[in-house]
Design a protein around this ligand. Sequence first.
Ligand code: ZN
Length: 496
Amino acid sequence: MGKHYDELIRLSREVSDYSSIGAVLSWDQETYLPPRGARARGRHLGQLSALAHRLATAPEVGAAIRGAEGEKLEGAAAVNLREIRRSYERQTRIPTELVRELTETSVAARQAWKEARAKDEFPIFAPFLEKLVALRRRYAEAIGFDGEPYDALLDGYEQGMTAAEVSRIFDGLRPRLVALAAKIRGARPLRTDFLHRSFPAPGQARLGRRVLELMGFDFQAGRFDVSAHPFCTSFSPDDVRLTVRYDESFFNAAFFGLMHEGGHGLYEQGLPSAHEGTPAGEAVSLGIHESQSRLWENQVGRSRAFWRHFFPFVREEFPDALRDVTEEEMWRAVNEAKPSLIRVEADEVYYNLHIMLRFEIERGLLLGTVRPADTPALWKERMEQYVGVRPDTDADGVLQDIHWSGGMIGYFPTYSLGNLYAAQFLAAARKAIPDLDERIGRGDLRGLLAWLRTNIHAHGMTWRAPELVEKVTGEAPNPDYLVSYLERKYAEVYGI
Ligand code: ZN
């Protein structure tokens, strides 16, 4: 390419290697680290992230970027220059003392949040939320934005997305979701008792392996282990780690958890190895990543066709628990929709409503139209309006999520965007593979994976999320696909 570009790539890969080393340590921390090892591990991780940050923001990087701008770059090289420059600018625009203040405040805020949640006393957390919002506003101003401060933060998680655009999308979703939820509340409840019988972990592990193999997860380039909170992490496309948590008295948790993490894992395994360690070999955004997990977990894993194929394996593994259950009852049961107070327990119908109220509140906090002290009451009011239930406590309300205590404001919309992209992608996949359902019903998921590989995984960060969606589906992110999919499916699940 050119000598400056080559130098830039060398530097980028160095930073990426240190991040991957840190990711190995974090993975180990969550899976196998003995309790007393935590103290030293924290120090090791701190050293590594400081080193990676120093390397990523070093003057040499700036010099290589300026040099590379004079070289004629195309294709992946142009993508790399664009993304490395963007991330360099974002990182160097933020004053070091602001980064330090944010880190320190987050550590203290995390402690306060835990205590506030345990005691159900929001006032313990309130001053920290106030401080974090102020710091994040300064952060947004340091980075700069065209519309409003929220945009600068959202752009850190979902590049190219704005608060106004999220708002437009949510306005399209909200009334139809609220109406669908109301319709379901009026329907006859489904039979779900059997999901809460006994499902010993070894059987769940065998089923997990089977479903991941069916999805096309490469066990020569990945594995899964147990952790308290399931996640997916990747050290390279050839080494992708998933984790799972077994609940022996609830079928759904581990099974759909693994399909979800497996969807993330397939994306990581499908990124182009040739560009490993550079943006052209990285995932586009959190929203696109989440679209891959939700697509496998919900659009595939909760489909009727999937259960036609997979139910016999589940019953073979758990003959007692499922002795009096039909394939159809199983499919309906895993699609049960009912209002809940807790986001992470929400189903496909309610999930996005939980996200909307968080988005509205955090956007207001940054604009100054919502005061931190008002958030508990506002939360309860919106929950009642959107989800139809009102939390009695703040522990089940405004204090339930970890995100804000870590300063993560602007993150929540990526979950819903993931759902929305997933529905839009699957509609496009269906056009390309007209017999998709028959294939899924035969347990043949290879065609779908191949489509995702070609259209999404193989491109790394070539396009930003909204551009990628448009490229793959022929239109901008459109909430109609998600709502239509849900309306269609739930009409069948509940007979409404
Ligand atoms: Zn996920």
